[in-house]
Design a protein around this ligand. Structure first.
Ligand SMILES: Cc1cc2nc3c(=O)[nH]c(=O)nc-3n(C[C@H](O)[C@H](O)[C@H](O)COP(=O)(O)OP(=O)(O)OC[C@H]3O[C@@H](n4cnc5c(N)ncnc54)[C@H](O)[C@@H]3O)c2cc1C
Length: 331
């Protein structure tokens, strides 16, 4: 892969704003995220919640805000390398090479770490043969709805994602079995109402205890926690939506100064490593607030210091965006 001016680790709101600001400053950008989608916590953890403290927006749905951050952050043509965690940071000349879990090596002149609480990975159901069936009928999300056309599917979970997938996939699949370990849903009231009106098999108080199949997943055993009854359900695919876990993981071995799972930065958002900055939820300094509104300011400041690091002649303050020609101005 080619060398870029700035690599942003983390495609959450703060990383996306850093991408926008770096584009505004004429820098080439690569953004890396372990998730297959951009948006960070907004998309992964609470897409259906309203946010009330975004400056200028009395109320905005997290999903819609994420979409706006993506549109704004990607408009200068940043390259997005998704679905694989950044696992190594190596010094290379004046800059660095970042490697992800797929073994892709990405040279960069500067780095901004906007990793939030760490790389997200989906929570597993924790039964035998789970790894064996991953991608062979067992999924932790939906990349393409077409893949489930005409199939008998199981959906595990009781939150917004699980119910959204019931509603979205119902028109195209053969049959849905919704599997939830409680009898109450943690989802938007309206989604629960709509989902409960669907013609599908709803298994409450139920967990998946066994996976069956030869080459691919063919059936699951469910256990009802109230009656202890076991039920075998034939399926072509199982979609698990029971949340995400976050972990700083390999970042802890990069030689960064870390305090209570956060990376220490100075007033320029520099870490202890040269040309490596940290912003958003992952950074720590006296008075730090873990908010989107403050994180995006940190991102703009870090980008401006990355710019003057690469080009000491450049101004720290680029001027106002309202005085500039932006790609989005064309819309
Ligand atoms: C339920 C809930 C409600 C909230 N409500 C509000 C609110 O109303 N207002 C508000 O301001 N804030 C709110 N927050 C907090 C807000 O979501 C966070 O402050 C914000 O998401 C931080 O943004 P970020 O970009 O720093 O990190 P994140 O959004 O966490 O994004 C970090 C990204 O980095 C990726 N990543 C991490 N490590 C790696 C790696 N090694 N390789 C590749 N990718 C990596 C992760 O996968 C993730 O996508 C809420 C949080 C929660 C959980």
């Amino acid at each position: 892969m080619s060398e870029v001016d700035i690599t942003i680790i983390g495609g959450g709101p703060v990383g996306l704003f850093a991408s926008f600001y770096a584009g505004l400053r004429g820098m080439s950008v690569r953004i890396i995220d372990s998730l297959p989608e951009l948006g960070g916590q907004l998309t992964a953890l609470y897409p259906e919640k309203y946010i009330y403290d975004m400056p200028g927006f009395p109320k905005v749905l997290a999903r819609d805000l994420a979409q706006s951050f993506i549109e704004q952050g990607m408009q200068f043509g940043a390259e997005a390398v998704l679905g694989s965690q950044a696992v190594a940071l190596e010094k290379a000349g004046e800059g660095y090479v970042i490697e992800n879990a797929r073994g892709e090596r990405m040279p960069t002149r500067t780095v901004i770490i906007a990793a939030g609480a760490g790389a997200f990975s989906p929570t597993k159901i924790g039964v035998q043969r789970e790894e064996e069936f991953e991608g062979k009928g067992l999924h932790y999300g939906v990349r393409s709805k077409d893949e489930f056309k005409g199939k008998r599917i199981g959906i595990v979970g009781g939150g917004d994602s699980a119910l959204d997938w019931c509603l979205n996939l119902h028109p195209i699949v053969d049959r849905i079995a919704l599997i939830h370990r409680r009898d109450q849903f943690r989802a938007h009231e309206d989604s629960v109402k709509q989902a409960m009106a669907l013609d599908m098999d709803t298994h409450l108080w139920s967990t998946v205890t066994e996976l069956h199949g030869d080459e691919r997943l063919e059936a699951v055993t469910l256990e009802n926690s109230q009656t202890k009854e076991l039920l075998k359900v034939d399926l072509d695919a199982l979609i698990v939506n029971i949340g995400f876990r976050a972990s700083l993981g390999p970042l802890k071995d990069w030689g960064l100064e870390i305090e209570k799972n956060q990376i220490k930065v100075n007033e320029r958002f520099e870490t202890n490593l040269p040309a490596v900055f940290a912003v958003g939820d992952v950074c720590s300094f006296p008075g730090k607030l873990k908010l989107i509104a403050t994180g995006v300011g940190e991102a703009a400041t870090a980008v401006c210091f990355a710019k003057t690091h690469l080009d000491p002649e450049a101004k720290h303050f680029p001027g106002h965006s309202s005085d500039m020609e932006l790609p989005s101005a064309a819309h």
